[in-house]
Design a protein around this ligand. Sequence first.
Ligand code: ATP
Length: 301
Amino acid sequence: MVLRAPAKVNLCLAVGPRRPDGYHPILSLAVAVDLEDRVEIQPAPALEVVCDDPAVPAGGANLAHRAAALLAQAAGREPRVRITIEKRIPVEAGLAGGSADAAAVLVGLSRWWGLDWGDEELARLGLRLGADVPFCLRGGAALMEGVGEQLTPLGDLPRLALVLASPRGARLSTAWAYQELDRARRQPGDLEAARGRIDGALAAWRRGDRAALGAKLFNDLEPVAYRALPELAPLAARMAREGALGVVVSGSGPTLVGLAAGGEAARTLSGTLATAGYRAAAVETLPGDRGSPRLTPDRNS
Ligand code: ATP
C-alpha cells in the first residue's frame, strides 16, 4: 500500500499566550500543498520504519512508528508492518513533514486493518501524536484553532502557486521557536485581533485577488525565525523583488512561502533561487478532497 503525505503551509499564523499545559492556542489559515512524502506499508514480522533521509529518527522516535504503535494499541492489533518513507518534505522546516507521515500511517493502517473508524476518532488519536496531525488527516484548506485541532474546512478556493524556499540545510525546532516567542515578546498575541486579519486574507483568496492576499500573509513566529537565521531576510527580499506577491515564514520556519502570480511565475522564481544555491520548490495548493493522505496505485514513483 502506497500513500502520498502532503506538506502543510501556514499562510497566516497567530499565536496566543502559552497555556498552563504548555501548549499555545493558535489561529491559522493553513493549506496542504503538492510537496509530498511517499509512505509505503508492507507486511513484516514486526513494526519497522525506514526512511531515506538520515535527518529523520528511526525506531520509536519516528512519528510514523508512533502512529502505527498507537493505532495498533487502540485497535487491539499487532503492528506487523514495515513502513518505508521517501522523504520529500524537508525536516524541521515548518512544513509538518512528521505529522504528514503520521497521518498517512493512520489512514493507511486503518484501511489495512479494515477498521471502521470515523474521521473524528482518527483525528482524536492523531492529536496525541501532534497538533498538526488532525489537519494532515483532513488536508485541503482549513482554519485551524485551539492548538490546531479545531478545523473549519474552507471548501473550494482558487488554487495558489507557491514557492517554498530556505537556505540549504537550515532547520528550526518548533519547540525552541515557541519558547523564544514567549521569551522575547512584550505583549502576548491577541487571537481575536488576528481573526479579522485572517478573514481579510480569506476574502481576498476567495475572490482570487492574489495581490491582496499576498499583502495579508503573516506569522507571529516570523521574528523568531528571522533572528535565528539572518540569511532569511535577504532571501525574502529577493523573492519579493523577483515577483512574489507576498512572502511569509511557514509554521516555525525556516521555510519561506512566496505567493506567485501563477504556476509559470512560481517555476521561474524557484529555478532562479535553486540556481543561486537555495533549497527551492514550486508547489500548488491541493483542493480539499485531494489534500489528505491518499492511497496511490503508483508503486514506483
Ligand atoms: P511542525 O509540524 O512542528 O511544523 P516541522 O515541519 O518543522 O514541524 P518535522 O519535519 O515534522 O518539522 O520534524 C519535527 C521533528 O520530528 C524533528 O525533530 C524530526 O527529527 C522528528 N521526526 C519524527 N518523525 C519524523 C518523520 N517521519 N519525518 C520528519 N521528522 C520526524
